[in-house]
Design a binder for this molecule. Sequence first.
Ligand code: KG4
Ligand code: ZN
Length: 353
Amino acid sequence: MADLLVLGIETTCDETAAAVVARSPSGAGDIRSSIIRSQIEAHSPYGGVVPEIAARAHVEVLDRVIAEAMHEANVSFHDLAAVAAAAGPGLIGGVIVGLTTAKAIALASHRPLVAVNHLEAHALTARLTDGVAFPYLLLLVSGGHTQLLAVEEVGRYRRLGTTLDDAIGEAFDKVAKMLSLPYPGGPEVEQQALLGDPERFTFPRPMHGRREPDFSLSGLKTAVRLEADRLAPLSDQDVADLCASFQAAVVDVVTDRVRAGARMFRERLGTTPTALVVAGGVAANGAIKAALQKAAAELGTRLAVPPPILCTDNGAMIAWAGAERLARGLTDPLHISPRARWPLDPAPAPVRA
Ligand code: KG4
Ligand code: ZN
């Protein structure tokens, strides 16, 4: 059997991306091309993503981005085994642009369509980069999601814990905004934290020690706001110290919650995870990665974190998830609808108080 070549299209947020990925019959992946056009400049005057601007920008550049990805991979549409696009969750205008384009290519070149869940794509990236086997413990930390999941198979996800309020990436972005750091905030806060004192402020560690592996970030974010208000006007050192102390609190919370998640994983699945996988934009954070490296070793498993360029949104993860689904015969009809909301687990556990 030959390698499956899949084109992947990502337009759910503020990156327009396309990639061609190959999946061998043994399940190994190879990125043949990956083109990412970030819209950061278009959104930065507003301090966050403006959905209408994002949708228009996707329309303007997607065709070129796809052409570049195909050219770089040196393939034509007829060489493809399938066309995959993120069909949600995300900003609906952008999702419509990407999914409709994928449908048009699939229809015109008589190739199957795979409608990929953007979160599933983040969840499966470590199989592409690190060949991780099922079942594994996944910490999914993107701009909109913070979840601990047991990944049992393609399409089989058990949610163990989630955030009761803000996502971690969102907390990074909001802290950056309150400290007048540029958008997007996560990498800025991480940079500032390198220059600051993580012990100058003792911020709360919400949910620390709880049995259920849930998260809560809004109290921590508010504590940073109150401290920043108290100190105003802020010196450069104040900003760096606030970032360092905030990030130190996040690191503690994440490590503690991952331990709780690993305990629940063992209880529910009766086995140790093959790996602790971190996915989503926040996985690019070096301090969080370093702390989780230690935690994984203590838990008797290994840490797998895709390289930063595959942690933030990209087309390769969509193509790969498409190839994983295609290999299992999972394709979608051309009338499938885009979805603004699309939870990974079919019946999410009720939120615990
Ligand atoms: O997965 P992603 O690229 O987009 C979504 O699907 O949401 O994640 C974006 C999020 C943003 O909140 C961004 O601030 C955060 O990931 N992020 C980081 C870092 N790089 C990106 N947060 C902390 N440290 C970073 N180095
Ligand atoms: Zn994402």
